[in-house]
Design a protein around this ligand. Structure first.
Ligand SMILES: C[S@@+](CC[C@H](N)C(=O)[O-])C[C@H]1O[C@@H](n2cnc3c(N)ncnc32)[C@H](O)[C@@H]1O
Length: 301
């Protein structure tokens, strides 16, 4: 299986071909990523009791592209539609697209990924995951938990594809998983110099043809055939250690807001800083989860 996985990657690097192109399918993913997911999933064809699973469906670009290219393979996608969905329309867009494309093998598990993975056999009718695509919440803990919670449900030769591996904290989660679970090996990695949001139009077009926002591909290597390799991270762990202070603060939930305000102030954008501060204060007033003390809150009441 590892050789076949490698062949798919080599093929996709040379010439990524979308085996199920459709003008209906738009979303956040690169051409190489879609071709690789389709290619890995084609390796499951004819095998009983296995499936493709992804976390982070959005409007269905990856789930439906994979299901369309592999109509005989059951494909599952987990999403609770909590992000990138201000008008709450993504689930309907996904279901409409699935119906228009007639993809009966594409199944939505409309849940938080932790709840879904903890009871996965219930939703996949006991199928094991042969191809696992992680493209949901990108915080460090979620990235690590996606890997850890999926472990009991993976086939012996599963392939795991982690999108958005450009991010340092995503690479750190992958590294921490690989170091602590030596039977899993990094087989491929690719990055761009920045997130597509910060790219020029030309760079973004190139990322769309490629892996979009960086990728790590991990295989289960029970025979220990591959050497151990890790994605690059920084030895300085201060950002991860800051977690402790954020968690124990009275208003830890506002940390992202506070950073936005400070960054605007320090870069001289005072009007925007003031507007953001107002919004932060409104959020502070409605905050439900506040600590009793300024810091060192233990939440043990
Ligand atoms: C970047 S989008 C996925 C893009 C998608 N793969 C595509 O083909 O366009 C990330 C998705 O993860 C979902 N998500 C975020 N946190 C989640 C959670 N805790 N449980 C389940 N899904 C989650 C969001 O609702 C969002 O739709």
């Amino acid at each position: 299986m590892i050789d076949s996985i490698r062949q798919v990657i080599e093929q996709v690097e040379k010439n990524p071909v979308n085996a199920f192109p459709s003008p209906l399918l738009t979303g956040y993913s690169g051409k190489r990523m879609i071709a690789a997911l389709q290619g890995f999933t084609s390796l499951l064809e004819g095998k009983d009791g296995v499936c493709y699973l992804e976390i982070g469906v959005f409007q269905g670009l990856t789930l439906l592209s994979v299901a369309g290219a592999n109509p005989k393979v059951p494909c599952f996608g987990i999403d609770n539609f909590q992000a990138h969905d201000p008008e709450k329309k993504n689930m309907n867009i996904l279901l409409e697209r699935r119906q228009k494309l007639g993809l009966d093998n594409a199944h939505l598990i409309n849940m938080d990924y932790e709840d879904a993975l903890e009871n996965l056999p219930k939703y996949t009718q006991g199928r094991k995951i042969g191809v696992f695509f992680i493209d949901g919440p990108h915080d460090y803990r979620s990235q690590l938990m996606c890997l850890q919670l999926a472990m009991p449900h993976l086939t012996d030769d599963a392939v795991i594809i982690v999108d958005d591996s450009n991010y340092l904290h995503v690479r750190q989660a992958n590294r921490d998983f690989l170091v602590t679970h030596p039977e899993y090996k990094l087989i491929f990695e690719s990055y761009t110099p920045c997130h597509p949001t910060n790219m020029t139009a030309a760079q973004e077009a190139e990322a769309r043809e490629g892996w979009w926002d960086g990728v790590n591909i991990i295989v289960r290597d029970k025979a220990n055939a591959l050497p151990a390799q890790y994605p690059p991270t920084r030895r300085n762990r201060v950002l991860f250690e800051n977690d402790h202070l954020t968690h124990a603060s009275r208003i830890g939930e506002l940390a992202p807001r506070a950073l936005t305000v400070l960054n605007l102030l320090f870069t001289g954008r005072f009007l925007r800083a003031a507007k953001n501060l107002q919004a932060t204060y409104r959020e502070y007033k409605n905050l439900r989860f506040k600590g009793q003390f300024d810091d060192a809150n233990t939440f043990t009441q």
